[in-house]
Write a protein that binds this ligand. Structure first.
Ligand SMILES: [Zn+2]
Length: 256
């Protein structure tokens, strides 16, 4: 899928069921400078926010943007099978094989979305770091402590708290709401993600998972409505300030 196709979508168009669940990439365009893809309006706003952050000495960079269903499925199955690191809510490693399937599913959901239910499917959400604060040769880890006071990205966190809304972004995983743990690196572009969240209901998700080679399928299917409420719907609401500002950013920076 090329950028031109993504740009042909009318601005503000609601994502289709395939786009919402990561099974199409018709709604995203590449950001070659960062090696990721985002929905065009989100990309424009991110570039504007990045330019503003640069004036504060922050090199705001997305390290993960759009992710498709298959990629999310590989992450999920890897954690279920124990071939990828599975962490508990305090970031300590768990042994997948020691857990019953239902326990494994519950543990995975603390940090990892169900395939079809990742906000990264929408192209509106990305994980960000301050590249200036990352020592040369250090790996990008995305740990809460890095973004807390005293952490390498503490300044980035402070800057985002003050300015992200001005560009249409907010932190959906701002605090523990009983499901996904706080993710101070995960930004969401409100004008795209707010309608996407509203559209992604249990039936749509169930249909997306129907033919997928999902490990733990029975455990997931039996509690899908509960998981939807807890891990998908229980996020910070899109702030009115972000929704209002986003329209201005895109009007100002996009060619007519
Ligand atoms: Zn994320």
């Amino acid at each position: 899928m090329d950028a031109q196709s993504a740009n042909k979508r009318p601005a503000g168009a609601v994502l289709s069921p395939l786009e919402l669940t990561g099974r199409a990439r018709t709604h995203v365009e590449p950001l070659p400078e960062f090696g990721c893809e985002l929905e065009p309006q989100a990309a424009t706003a991110l570039r504007a926010m990045r330019a503003a952050a640069a004036t504060a000495g922050i090199d705001l960079q997305p390290v993960s943007g759009f992710r498709d269903f298959e990629r999310q499925l590989a992450i999920w199955n890897g954690k279920f099978r124990g071939t990828r690191v599975l962490l508990d809510a305090t970031s300590r490693p768990l042994v997948a094989a020691a857990l019953e399937p239902a326990q494994r599913v519950a543990a995975i959901l603390v940090w990892t979305a169900l395939p079809g239910a990742s906000r990264h499917h929408w192209g509106s959400d990305c994980d960000v770091i301050d590249r200036n604060a990352l020592p040369p040769g250090a790996t990008v880890e995305l740990l809460p402590a890095e973004y807390a006071a005293g952490g390498r990205y503490a300044r980035l966190s402070q800057w985002l708290a003050q300015h992200a809304h001005d560009y249409g972004f907010f932190l959906p995983y701002d605090r523990d709401r009983g499901g996904v743990q706080p993710e101070p690196w995960h930004l969401s572009y409100a004008p795209v993600s707010a309608p996407a969240l509203a559209a992604l209901d249990v039936d749509l998700l169930r249909a997306a998972l129907a033919d997928a080679a999902l490990d733990g399928r029975a455990a997931v299917a039996s509690r899908l409505a509960e998981y939807h409420a807890r891990y998908i719907a229980a996020v910070a609401p899109a702030p009115a300030a972000a929704l209002a500002a986003a329209a201005v950013v895109n009007r100002a920076t996009r060619p007519a």
